[in-house]
Design a binder for this molecule. Structure first.
Ligand SMILES: *[C@@H]1O[C@H](CO)[C@@H](O)[C@H](O)[C@H]1NC(C)=O
Ligand SMILES: *[C@@H]1O[C@H](CO)[C@@H](O)[C@H](O)[C@H]1NC(C)=O
Ligand SMILES: *[C@@H]1O[C@H](CO)[C@@H](O)[C@H](O)[C@H]1NC(C)=O
Ligand SMILES: *[C@@H]1O[C@H](CO)[C@@H](O)[C@H](O)[C@H]1NC(C)=O
Ligand SMILES: *[C@@H]1O[C@H](CO)[C@@H](O)[C@H](O)[C@H]1NC(C)=O
Length: 557
């Protein structure tokens, strides 16, 4: 009794404390959280320069299940700073590379041959871990390119010749579907979606009109690279400009329109914000709550001012958070510590989010932004509203238009690219950047080594079956009786601040058993079904006392 009363008092008191610092206003029924106290600034984490130059600017990046990252730029601007191997084939007589394969473990890279133009394209891994990369510009805008990972020097790009995209896909978004197909949606002046591969006769060699893509286009566009999240009910959440819908792609019908995100800010290219579906926390009792977070962007008119007048207005300061499976969903609007456009949002195995890269003024586009934001920001998903944002240690390199970031299997964030110019220009305040860096979040600090689990094995094997329990053995210097769980993290395809297919699924824990002095076994439930985690390769992390292990790859099927 006494304990209960005390905890009630503490909760009541902290609520009172919190609300005295919040200005909650009901604007179109959305809740605004306005910070009135100063935000905590900590120098969390640290940066590492991995490569001063890999010779190409990392516009598009995809992590592959063999711990390599395929990186590529556009191909149509002239030479890069990376030569193709002497004597090898030079596509279109250009003997420099526009793509490379970066090996995370050895920190080395080798050039690849890409044939047609991949500029502002999209991609996904298929269930076998093969990159299916779609579209681009000019001769590349209908092309489907394949890259099958290998551990030799043999693998390289190849382009499908027998089949191609029905519509041009320049600034489209991809998502892997529960049946293993990939949907490719939108693109500049293209108001359709289509599937790869086109197997069933209904969708064979066809694309499908989606009025939403017309409705969300304004004079600046602001609806390119739409945000696309596969929800656990099997439908798609699609966000473009300021609008969002629940879409049944099988029947081609809009099931639901969500409220407009409040405010004047536009969220998609060229007013490039970013979006993630927050981690799905599975439970034994029912479907998980699903929340989408949209952060940054630029006010209406910002792109035309930047592009035509070189006036760089302040970027959006807000994030909107929406419970998409709530019967009456309303946006919760929160303020970031600084304005931000063109930032990447990275889901961490801990269940939190890091906002990284980008600028504080202007928009996406050639020479259209100034005032780089060097500090990543941690968004603590389960903190009380005013304590959610933490400013982290800054990089020294501006990461403007055409930069990228993704989560690596060791828990670091790979960061590269930045090229706001139509070709490679190495002068001025925002030179074309050819480096690769890693940002190490706070949990990488060696002071946490005693808490850091190391995965020993996955039992019965590295194939995870829907709905079936499996075991993960791990060793640990110092086991604390605090929450230990396993998280599946999908490898994303990142370009233009959008992490396609990014997804974290926190699995249900059945038991944690001590096997020996330092070894434990965690038994968890596999993902409920393919809507929760579409088939394919995932990084499996064990998280103990908030500190993640390095990941091992598992195949979910
Ligand atoms: C790229 O190559 C050009 C021309 O050789 C050179 O001037 C420039 O410094 C190189 N840039 C980097 C980052 O290596
Ligand atoms: C995946 O690999 C299996 C076995 O090699 C093959 O049968 C299947 O067609 C492949 N699936 C895809 C989507 O490529
Ligand atoms: C697909 O349709 C397009 C026109 O819509 C046509 O040009 C093309 O030949 C078709 N491809 C196949 C494989 O049938
Ligand atoms: C609320 O809705 C009104 C009318 O639809 C609109 O004019 C206003 O801008 C909205 N306010 C916000 C904060 O979105
Ligand atoms: C960025 O925007 C702010 C607010 O509009 C403005 O005061 C500042 O001058 C802008 N910075 C640049 C470099 O244009």
């Amino acid at each position: 009794m006494t304990f209960k009363n005390q905890s009630f008092f503490v909760n009541f008191f902290s609520l009172f404390f919190l609300f005295s610092f919040l200005e909650l206003s009901e604007a179109n029924q959305s809740v605004f959280v306005t910070p009135t106290s100063s935000l905590s600034i900590i120098s969390g984490g640290y940066w590492q320069l991995l490569q001063p130059s890999v010779g190409i600017s990392a516009m598009h990046v995809q992590l592959l299940p063999n711990n390599k990252v395929i990186i590529f730029d556009r191909t149509d601007f002239g030479p890069s700073n990376l030569s193709l191997p002497a004597g090898s084939f030079c596509p279109k007589n250009d003997c420099t590379a526009h793509s490379l394969l970066y090996d995370v473990v050895s920190n080395t890279f080798r050039p690849l041959h890409v044939l047609t133009d991949t500029w502002c394209s999209s991609g996904s891994l298929d269930p076998n871990g093969t990159l299916i990369q779609t579209g681009g510009y000019n001769d590349g805008d209908h092309v489907i390119r394949i890259f099958s990972p290998c551990d030799t020097y043999a693998c390289d790009w190849y382009e499908l010749t027998a089949t191609h995209l029905v519509d041009r896909r320049w600034y489209a978004t991809n998502q892997v579907l529960p049946d293993g197909r990939i949907i490719i949606l939108g693109g500049r002046r293209v108001f359709t979606y289509e599937f790869y591969p086109k197997t069933d006769f209904v969708s064979n060699n066809k694309s499908f009109y989606l009025r939403f893509l017309v409705e969300t286009r304004d004079p600046e566009e602001n609806n390119l690279y739409p945000f696309l999240h596969l929800l656990p009910d099997g439908n798609l959440f699609i966000f473009a400009n300021q609008k969002s819908i629940l879409f049944d792609y099988k029947k081609g019908i809009v099931l639901r329109q969500f409220p407009l995100i409040p405010g004047d800010d536009k969220r998609n290219y060229p007013s490039t914000g970013s979006s993630v579906m927050l981690p799905l926390r599975l439970s034994w009792t029912g479907p998980p709550m699903v929340e989408v977070l949209v952060c940054g962007g630029a006010p209406a008119g910002a792109f035309l001012k930047a592009d035509k007048m070189k006036v760089f207005v302040e970027a959006s300061r807000t994030c909107g958070r929406l419970k998409v499976n709530d019967p009456n969903p309303q946006w919760l609007m929160e303020f970031m510590p600084m304005p931000r456009v063109m930032s990447d949002m990275i889901l961490l195995p801990t269940g939190d989010v890091i906002i990284i890269n980008g600028a504080a003024n202007g928009t996406a586009g050639w020479e259209d932004a100034v005032n780089p934001v060097f500090n990543p920001v941690l968004y603590s998903v389960n903190e009380v509203p005013l304590r959610r944002f933490t400013v982290l240690a800054p990089s020294k390199i501006p990461r403007m238009y055409h930069s990228a970031a993704l989560l690596l299997p060791d828990g670091r964030i790979l960061v590269g690219g930045s090229n706001p110019h139509t070709r490679y220009v190495f002068t001025g305040p925002y030179p074309t950047d050819l480096s690769l860096e890693a940002y190490n979040p706070y949990y990488m600090d060696p002071k946490f080594n005693s808490l850091r689990p190391s995965v020993l094995s996955v039992e019965p094997g590295n194939t995870v079956v829907y709905g079936q329990r499996f075991g993960v053995s791990f060793s640990l210097p110092l086991y604390k009786q605090s929450a230990t769980y396993a998280a599946l993290v999908a490898p994303s395809f990142t370009t233009h601040s959008i992490g396609m297919n990014q997804r974290v699924v926190i699995l249900n824990t059945a038991s944690v058993v001590q096997l020996s002095m330092f070894n434990h076994k965690l038994v968890v439930g596999g993902p409920t079904n393919a809507n929760v985690a579409p088939p394919g390769y995932y990084m499996l992390f064990v998280v103990h006392a908030g500190i993640p292990s390095h990941a091992v790859w598992v195949k979910v099927m």
